[in-house]
Design a protein. Structure first.
Length: 712
């Protein structure tokens, strides 16, 4: 009896621990609550017929079964197709006349090669597409409607992705460390591949397919040529085989010096015949193993990586050589524009533009240039990169950072959709008003035949994939925006919360408001008013605005804030570096006068006197104090909000987030105190009365060291 009780306790414990650990991400199916809704769903999903036998359609069937069994608590009704009463049909349009009767040719045209159509009337539902993968995406959409408790009786959905390449970039090394990773090790267990296929690979593909991600760059842009050797290509093939049914192609980073490192050549000069032959052969070898290989991603001549400039060739020469090798197989080259060089004394903000803008028109048609959202480096807030709009003849891909290198790392609740949206909605004015960054990257502004977006992955081996439970929302939001960049941050947060935590309205409204505010809060306590890159050297953890001893000027935070007795900020107007001139005139006008410049970007573009009167009426110094204190206070408010939601969240998730919020609060106070004490040595002005005085001295904050901070 005692034994049986102990066993029961053990089972209960392990079952609940499993249910609460976050592994299921937003695909956390749970029984639909509310009798009316359940009745509606059950009446709608009768005798489902899923047509087709391809591996992708098998996944459609598996997912449907898995979801419906739980959502509708379907233990009795058969989910087997009935030939007599078909009212719920899923499959490619060509599979049955029912589909072509239900949808129009124009709708199928809109759906294209990856989109889908969902139509329902009472007692009738069709999920269809031109392709198997479209059907899978359609199924995930349908299940999302059930998960988020939507009415499904009158659906009329026709949708297609706005971007073609919807990629994750893993900065994963072959030894399983992850550059800027805060969620454990790399999920790729290279040593055991190709023999051992971890269930995680399948669940990874499934999660990505559910949000429409269709490609993954498996390895770090700081690349290792070993990935391109025969044994490693076998491992890559094993992953590609797992991902294929989910519509996900693999891509690899190509180290530019590979011909030397693994090809036995003396040079990697892109104009050298033997080097070209090396890459042609390599492409052939890859495509023999992986016929749908996506292509190469390259970081060249940046931060010490080799590249064509080592041979006095241009980025276009390098990219085109690889593009030629991939062309016969329809592969693409994604060439990163994140370049800056130690030898170059020019403002780092300007260097990528200087290198790339003159190369517009020089790239082959299967090359995309991948540009970070801003010109410096994934800061908490950054004006859009001036290359957007400056290369009309080249398809530009957006690069966002999902992993939170500069946005609170593994400890902070920061919902990044508002950051992504801010960049996408920025107006470049390159072809007059309305020339948004979104229209440039989706190809509609210039009519490009190819388009894409890349997100630096925040995925690791942690049980819940992303470390912070709320970091999953950033992976989710990124994928949803790749599909449709017009979705609002609000809509995406709400979907994610409902799918992940449940549908209680009180919970949703409160948690959503907290998420939507979280990025602005982080900006306020880290980098308010356009301050940037004042994080700890190397690990980028915590504040270190005082660092000035690094050998390259742009590695020092003092380079970016330029605080002195006169004021603070980087003059990027004509009196300074003139980086502002890289933007189109209407944009320059928005930012070139410190009196009218949006204060979000004030210190990004101007060196501003401490006594300058800001829009609030406060002096610049007092305004900085206001933001730092306000930001930290807001984290305290987030803690209170989360505490009020305890009843709605399972205990493990609740406690996980609660503990991390406590760390985040400490970190916010640390940022605030360290920055203000340091900047005060220049402003010589007091922290305004009423604000709690910093508990520690500047010397204390300067003494802090984090030699083993993750991700470095
Ligand atoms: O943000 C910086 C990071 C580097 C990274 C680099 C890049 C992969 O600190 O870790 O290297 O950008 O984007 O290439």
């Amino acid at each position: 009896m005692k034994k049986a009780f102990a066993l029961l306790c053990f089972l209960l414990f392990t079952v609940s621990a499993w249910a609460d650990n976050g592994y299921d991400l937003w695909l956390h199916y749970s029984k639909v609550t509310g009798t009316k809704l359940l009745r509606q769903y059950r009446s709608q999903i009768v005798s489902p017929l899923i047509l087709g036998t391809s591996p992708t359609i098998q996944k459609v069937r598996e997912e449907f079964r898995k979801a419906i069994t739980v959502l509708l608590d379907n233990t009795t009704t058969s989910l087997e197709p009935s030939q007599t009463r078909t009212v719920f049909m899923v499959g490619v349009a060509a599979a049955a006349p029912h589909f072509t009767n239900a949808v129009t040719a124009a709708e199928l045209k809109t759906a294209g090669s990856e989109g889908y159509i969902i139509k329902s009337k009472p007692g009738q539902t069709y999920i269809t597409a031109n392709t198997d993968i479209g059907v899978l995406y359609g199924m995930f959409h349908y299940l999302r409607l059930l998960q988020t408790h939507q009415d499904i009786t009158h659906l009329n959905i026709v949708t297609a992705p706005k971007l073609q390449l919807r990629l994750l970039n893993h900065w994963d090394n072959l030894n399983r460390t992850v550059e800027r990773g805060y969620a454990g090790c790399s999920i790729w267990d290279w040593h055991k591949l190709p023999g051992y296929i971890d269930q995680r690979y399948i669940d990874y593909a499934r999660a990505n397919a559910s949000i429409g991600i269709n490609g993954t760059v498996l390895n770090n842009v700081n690349a290792n040529a070993t990935i391109l050797t025969a044994p490693y290509l076998q491992k890559v093939k094993a992953l590609a085989d797992v991902f294929r049914p989910y519509g996900i192609k693999v891509y690899l980073t190509a180290r530019f010096s590979s011909p030397i490192e693994i090809g036995g050549l003396k040079t990697a000069d892109p104009l050298n015949g033997e080097v070209q032959q090396f890459w042609n052969n390599k492409a052939k070898e890859i495509y023999e193993l992986i016929p749908d290989f996506g292509g190469f991603l390259v970081k060249a001549n940046s931060e010490g990586q080799p590249g064509p400039q080592d041979y006095h060739r241009t980025h276009a020469d390098g990219a085109n050589m690889l593009a030629t090798a991939l062309e016969p197989y329809h592969g693409v080259v994604i060439w990163r524009a994140f370049v800056y060089a130690a030898e170059n004394p020019v403002d780092r903000h300007k260097q990528a533009y200087d290198d790339f803008a003159p190369l517009d028109e020089k790239f082959k048609s299967n090359v995309l240039v991948q540009v970070k959202n801003g010109a410096i480096d994934f800061m908490p807030r950054e004006p859009f990169h001036p290359l957007f709009g400056a290369m009309p003849n080249t398809p530009l891909m957006m690069e966002f950072q999902i992993t939170q290198e500069y946005t609170g790392q593994g400890t902070s609740l920061v919902y990044l959709a508002p950051l992504f949206k801010e960049t996408l909605e920025s107006d470049t004015y390159c072809k007059g008003k309305g020339s948004t960054v979104a229209k440039i990257i989706d190809g509609t502004l210039e009519g490009h035949h190819i388009s894409g977006m890349a997100g630096i992955s925040n995925i690791g081996s942690d049980m819940n994939w992303c470390g912070h439970p709320f970091a999953q929302a950033n992976w989710y939001a990124y994928g949803r925006l790749c599909w449709d960049h017009e979705l609002s941050s609000d809509t995406i947060a709400e979907e994610w919360l409902r799918m992940t935590f449940g549908n209680e309205n009180k919970f949703i409204a409160t948690a959503k408001a907290m998420m939507l505010q979280s990025r602005e809060t982080m900006v306020e306590y880290m980098n308010p008013m356009g301050l940037h890159h004042i994080m700890g050297t190397g690990n980028h953890y915590g504040p270190a605005p005082w660092v000035s001893d690094q050998k390259r000027p742009e590695w020092n935070p003092v380079y970016y804030h330029k605080a002195d007795s006169a004021g603070i900020g980087f003059d990027r107007t004509a009196t300074g570096s003139n980086a502002l001139a890289q933007y189109f005139p209407p944009v320059q006008q928005q930012w070139n006068d410190m009196k009218t410049c949006d204060e979000k970007y004030l210190l990004w573009f101007h060196h501003v006197p401490w006594t300058f009167i800001t829009k609030s009426g406060r002096s610049l110094w007092n305004e900085l104090c206001y933001h730092y204190y306000h930001g930290a206070e807001n984290v305290k408010a987030m803690q209170q909000t989360w505490n009020s939601l305890q009843a709605y969240v399972d205990a493990e998730q609740f406690s996980h987030v609660k503990q991390l919020l406590a760390i985040q609060y400490d970190e916010a106070v640390w940022w605030r105190n360290a920055c203000l004490l340091y900047f005060q040595t220049f402003s010589k002005m007091p922290i305004p009365a009423g604000y709690e005085a910093p508990a520690k001295t500047l010397a204390y904050y300067k003494s802090l060291r984090f030699p083993f901070a993750p991700g470095n």
